[in-house]
Design a protein around this ligand. Structure first.
Ligand code: SF4
Length: 447
């Protein structure tokens, strides 16, 4: 392992922000523009990425590894011990200096700090803890901090870190225990799920303390998240969404992030995808995740052992609808909120509007358009006062063909919208881009 002790801070930042880019809890801004000297600042590749707050606000984070030294040898990782790459580490003071300077210049609103395993999980966690402690107590930094919990670190260290960070995450890495054993032999389900459970239990306990003492310190107030790599092994989409569902239930996770496998190492146990990372698959998983979190779908409704993978041509909600035609047509003036949510083209905002508006008058298709229903998708599945919008047939092949044609008309041949989710609202052709890997709940994705 080549460890460079003397290196400029800028060079360290280049290496350690680049090494952090495979963690998808945030996505890189991707801008690399040098200042020309006539103004202030530049946007060199300095690890600034964007995330989203609960209210939909976009926030910029400094996303770095504390160190890319690592004694673990996860086969899929560029920083694995057996790779011959230049290694370096920040000092706690350097991380604080960068965070404060970037914050003062208004480049960032927070810090996303992850790390390779330097020496041992405890030693690494101690250094991370020391860094955020310094940042909070010496530099009085009150911005957002997302801190990775190192698998295998002792519960005492995680407990202390949770009172300093806003969000913590432990990456599940692979959906199955066998997969973990094969590709990340130094990690185990126990060392990953242990801290996850501890964070969840301490958060629950903290909520009770806060009821009694309003000013009690808050433990991981922005909740915890995790990440799974998609496509590194032969796991099915059904396995992945079932694991995600169980994580949401058992550990009250705020988000599960899905990261399409990127082949950065050659290894006999790794696939070498000819067509690049499985981004469309990742996109379908984010759509399904959205359906489970906001639309009341269960994993077992979306997929099954017999039908284990998502249809790459149709989004999961449309795919569910065309395979459950017995549920349709849904009568807009009578269906309950949850039935409305099952209709492709009706999102939770428009479902709420429908339920509210029909208290005073019965609704027609023009009303639905005004309420933000995407009629091009919904028209096959709904009636207003017993009538379909056009003379369409409730027949699987016919609907699938028309939905696919509609995708083509949108200039999007296979619904292949890599890493972006789009929604149209209010029929006003307002298209907004959603970062699927973000903590985004402020705007609605209509699928
Ligand atoms: S623990 Fe594994 S995934 Fe994390 S930096 Fe080390 S080799 Fe990479």
């Amino acid at each position: 392992m080549i460890i460079q002790e003397s290196m400029t801070l800028k060079r360290k930042l280049e290496i350690l922000s680049d090494a952090a880019k495979y963690d998808v809890a945030c996505t890189s801004s991707g801008v690399d523009r040098k200042g020309d000297g006539s103004g202030m600042g530049n946007s060199i590749a300095a690890g600034i990425c964007h995330s989203f707050a609960q209210d939909g606000r976009c926030i910029s984070l400094l996303k770095i590894l504390y160190t890319n030294e690592c004694v673990f040898d996860c086969k899929y990782c560029v920083n694995r011990a057996s790779n011959d790459v230049v290694r370096t580490s920040f000092t706690p003071e350097e991380v604080c200096h960068l965070t404060m300077e970037f914050y003062r210049r208004n480049y960032i609103e927070g810090l996303f700090l992850s790390s390779g395993v330097k020496g041992s999980p405890d030693r690494t966690m101690e250094e991370l803890l020391g860094t955020v402690r310094l940042l909070r107590h010496k530099y009085h930094f009150q911005g957002y901090i997302h801190l990775k919990a190192i698998p295998g670190a002792s519960p005492e260290l995680i407990a202390q870190a949770g009172y300093l960070a806003d969000r913590m995450s432990v990456n599940l890495e692979l959906p199955t225990a066998e997969g973990l054993k094969k590709l990340a032999p130094h990690k185990s389900r126990k060392t990953i799920l242990g801290p996850m459970k501890q964070i969840q239990q301490q958060r629950d306990q903290n909520k009770e303390e806060l009821v009694l003492y309003r000013h009690a310190p808050r433990f991981v107030p922005a909740g915890q998240s995790t990440q799974m790599i998609i496509g590194a092994l032969g796991e099915s989409d059904y396995q992945i969404v079932s694991v995600a569902e169980s994580l949401y239930k058992k550990f009250s996770l705020k988000r599960v992030f899905y990261s399409a496998f990127v082949a950065v190492n050659e290894d006999k146990d790794l696939p070498m995808p000819l067509s690049g990372p499985p981004l469309l698959r990742e996109h379908r998983l984010y759509q399904a995740d959205w359906l489970m979190r906001f639309y009341g779908f269960r994993a077992s409704e979306l997929l099954s052992e017999k039908h284990p993978d998502f249809n790459l041509l149709l989004d999961p909600k449309a795919d569910w609808a065309v395979s459950h035609l017995e549920f349709f047509p849904v009568e807009i003036n009578r269906a309950d909120y949850y039935e409305l949510l099952r209709v492709p083209g009706i999102g939770y905002t428009s479902a709420r509007r429908i339920v509210g508006a029909r208290r005073t008058h019965s609704l027609d298709f023009q009303d639905l358009k005004r309420m933000g229903v995407v009629l091009k998708r919904a028209l096959y599945f709904i009636t207003c006062n017993g009538k379909m919008m056009y003379n369409t047939r409730l027949e699987e092949n016919y609907i699938v063909r028309n939905l696919l044609d509609e995708e083509k008309l949108r200039g999007d041949k296979t619904a292949f919208r890599q890493l972006s989710l789009f929604g149209e609202e209010m029929g006003a052709k307002r298209v907004y881009q959603v970062n699927p890997a973000a903590d985004f709940t402020g705007k609605e994705l209509i699928i």
